[in-house]
Design a protein. Structure first.
Length: 204
């Protein structure tokens, strides 16, 4: 079943990254350490590392690696990678505007109008006799292990911000592993801080 991406809405020229469940996205592989993520992300741009708020004692310290397109004006990160001290890289978020395009089974997932994506998901599910998920925002999304679809407000429209994940630190599912920075992405996210003694405080 063929799908066409929507016309541009002021997005950067998108790279195309492939997704392999439980393996990784583009040059990023689940389980990578922070240094490895930084090195792999050089293909896209510059990185900024900060500490994530530790909001659950179950989880080990976690770092957020924001990847910004090289040479672009100040803008949201194109990709945000979350790296756990215990399991390494476990979550990769593709920004709705700046992020690379990632498709699953021919269905483009990044930067889609959520209503348009829902129509494609339902049509695909009916054609292939498979299930789909209902996201917290109320939209249908692919029922695929390792993909959690979030909504990101772009102007007046909610657009798709997929998270590609594996469970972390003893969590049972990807939803249990969701970084707090991503859970309510359409509202003000929790502040991330980088203490002066952090090993990543001087990295950019």
């Amino acid at each position: 079943m063929a799908f066409e991406a929507e016309a541009g809405f002021g997005v950067a020229e998108r790279d195309e990254w492939s997704y392999a469940p439980a393996v990784g996205v583009g040059p990023l592989r689940f389980g990578m350490a922070v240094d490895e993520v930084i090195e792999a992300a050089e293909i896209l741009g510059q990185t900024k590392v900060s500490d994530c708020v530790r909001d659950h004692t179950l989880f080990s310290p976690t770092w957020k690696v924001e990847v910004h397109r090289r040479g672009a004006a100040p803008s949201p990160s194109a990709v945000t990678a979350y790296v756990s001290q215990a399991v390494g890289l476990f979550c990769i978020a593709a920004d709705a505007v700046q992020g690379p395009q990632v498709a699953y089974d021919g269905l483009p997932l990044v930067g889609r109008d959520m209503a348009e994506l829902e129509n494609d998901v339902i049509a695909c599910a009916e054609a292939m006799d498979v299930q789909f998920r209902i996201m917290p925002e109320g939209y249908a999304a692919p029922d695929v292990p390792g993909i959690v679809m979030r909504a990101q407000r772009v102007g007046e429209v909610l657009r798709s911000r997929p998270l590609f994940m594996v469970p972390r630190d003893g969590a049972h599912t990807e939803w249990d592993s969701l970084p707090s920075e991503e859970y309510h992405f359409d509202s003000r996210p929790p502040r991330s801080t980088t203490p002066p003694n952090s090993p990543w405080s001087d990295m950019a």
